[in-house]
Design a protein around this ligand. Sequence first.
Ligand code: NAI
Length: 331
Amino acid sequence: MKIITLFRGDGIGPEICEAVKKVLEAAKCPIQFEEFDVGEAEYLRHGALIPEAAFESIEKTKLILKAPITTPIGKGFRSCNVQLREKYDLYANIRPAKSLPNIETPFKNIDMVIFRENTEDLYVGVEKQIDENTVHATKIITRRCSERIIRAAFEYALKNNRRRVSCIHKANILKMSDGLFLSIFNEIKQEYPTIEADAYIVDNACMQMVMHPEKFDVMVMPNLYGDILSDLASGLIGGLGLLPSANLGEEYAMFEAVHGSAPDIAGKNMANPTAMLLSACMLLDHIGLEEYAEKIRHALYEVFVEGKTLTADLNGQATTSMFCEAIIEKL
Ligand code: NAI
């Protein structure tokens, strides 16, 4: 029995966690959760977003399934995501965007996986006030961090029978920083002769993603472009409620929906648990329980194909519980 640290989160977090737990139980997954209240409510009660016991659990399990967390407004604390990413060196943010049946969007047959570098680039947050009207921000690109994310993308492509890895960059303007990222991509691609490799300047990549999304398979890029392009990819498949993600490091791994805590619909049994459930499936894949992940994805897919029990964000009328029951019935 594999033990996983579960963060229940804020807003719709607890509801979608319950739905996911029920589905995993119905699929008879050999896993057990150590559950923690983490987030705004915990911060207001005890002054820390993540309780000490939760860190102890993570250091034991090395695996986190995380519901979304409301970022409290104010100063004096660090974002929970940044804390976890830094502490456990979760350098690869992986976001697969795949079309689901019966979802209204102008784009069909989307199937792309974004590898976003998670630890450097402009996100190091180094900004300097030069004078009243001038601010400089520092963009950091290193060989070590570029190599590991690019290699992770190629390894993923190899393992998952993907045909191509595309590098997204702006090396025509940022000749040194993105130039380094691109040149490392060109070095590493030589190690993977069976995988096609190409490169796009980021602005062209945006246009191609909406004009010819079929061109893209696995995509790898520095942090900022990854942030923007993964939201673009979620728009292609019908919205944030459907997009799962993994944050992987060498030793630790964290899985979460891309969306936030949706306070506007919290407690109303309206939330769509799909992104959280697909994140749990990524976790199952990661720990070698692919057959359970496949079984759950298949059941979820069937519910979408029928299209009768979809939640309100997808123009359906089902509650979270009804949607969850429909998946369990298929299982
Ligand atoms: P949000 O993603 O929570 O909500 C945006 C819109 O999408 C809302 O109308 C919401 O009802 C809807 N929505 C989101 N997820 C849904 C789901 N599963 N089912 C149905 N509808 C869904 O973004 P927002 O409102 O900007 O942020 C709310 C809070 O979440 C903020 O405190 C923000 O900082 C936090 N947040 C946390 C994240 C995390 O923990 N990973 C990620 C993004 C935001």
